[in-house]
Design a protein around this ligand. Structure first.
Ligand code: NAP
Length: 282
């Protein structure tokens, strides 16, 4: 029977640590770290994510500002807002909520953010630095997964790690971080032949696909650690991950639930990155 990796509890513990650090930072510098989030348009899911980020900032004492721009905003206007924030010493972290409206080039926007303020670590300078293993910021979701593993006493060194998904924001950096931790990493995707032959070898399996019940018990190894990054909204409104939790629970040694696993860690790592940005800039 698996141990449940409680992302909520681990996240609360890290937020308490960040809170103490923020107090110490404020005592030393006379101001708290600050994060500015830009949201373009009215996407309901994005609105919820942005509100959650704001709440989390307030919880740990980070100053939070939200800039709301209409969906018709031109790319040039958005870039000029970012330019102003880049030059504002009062702003330590900048995040542009994705996805952006179709007429705006996402790459131009994320690469416009000053790498020292790029707390999502999606810009190409920070991406390259992760590749080189010389970084200040890590993308929040893969960083959150590594914290879950470390704080649950799961050693990656020498383990067969299989990551399903190769997006720039989850799969690729996830694979890199597991490799930095001396895991032997396989990355699978939609063109992978015989996916189960890979997943059955995994000591640590990370699924970031976005399909409910995608990972079933017959696809995992006895005693595997299963990290479920997927977030799927079912027709009945319930949130679920990629993993058939009930089925895999008996066979795995540890598993993250959805909700309450990786999700809470993502915002927590954003808080950590904002604090790091403020420290580096001061
Ligand atoms: P994405 O860009 O859509 O990537 C999905 C990946 O899954 C792609 O690499 C795709 O392969 C692969 N895939 C799709 N079907 C597959 C199949 N049948 N077999 C093997 N691989 C398959 O999504 P993402 O942004 O990485 O996010 C992935 C999931 O994580 C989503 O559910 C998202 O909501 C969730 N997420 C959660 C958090 C969190 O905080 N917990 C944060 C971010 C994302 P190809 O590259 O070949 O298309």
């Amino acid at each position: 029977m698996a141990k449940i990796i409680d992302g909520k509890a681990i996240s609360a513990q890290i937020r308490a640590e960040i809170s103490e650090d923020v107090i110490a930072f404020e005592r030393e510098h006379g101001f708290a770290p600050s994060l500015t989030v830009i949201i373009v348009g009215e996407d309901p899911a994005s609105q919820v994510y942005v509100r959650n980020k704001e709440k989390a900032c307030i919880q740990v004492g980070i100053r939070s500002d939200i800039i709301r721009l209409p969906a018709e905003t031109e790319e040039a206007q958005l870039l000029s807002v970012i330019e102003k924030l880049n030059n504002d010493p009062d702003v330590n972290g900048i995040l542009v909520q994705l996805p952006l409206p179709k007429h705006i080039n996402e790459k131009n926007v994320i690469c416009k953010i000053d790498p020292k303020k790029d707390v999502d670590a999606f810009g190409y300078e920070n991406t390259g630095r992760i590749m080189a293993g010389d970084y200040d910021f890590l993308p929040c979701t893969p960083a959150g997964v590594m914290e879950l593993l470390h704080r649950s006493g799961i050693d990656v060194c020498g383990k067969d790690c299989v990551v399903i998904g190769r997006s720039n924001i989850v799969g690729k950096p996830m694979a890199m971080l597991l490799m930095h931790d001396n895991g032997t990493v396989t990355v699978c995707h939609s063109k992978t032949a015989d996916l189960a032959s890979h997943t059955r070898r995994a000591d640590i399996l990370v699924s970031s696909v976005g399909k409910p019940d995608f990972i079933t018990a017959d696809m995992i190894k006895e005693g595997a650690v299963i990290i479920d990054v997927g977030i799927n909204r079912l027709e009945n409104g319930k949130l679920t991950g990629d993993v058939d939790f009930e089925g895999c629970f008996e066979k795995a040694s540890a598993v993250t639930p959805v909700p309450g696993g990786v999700g809470p860690m993502t915002v927590t790592m954003l808080l950590k990155n904002t604090l790091t940005a403020a420290k580096k800039q001061n």
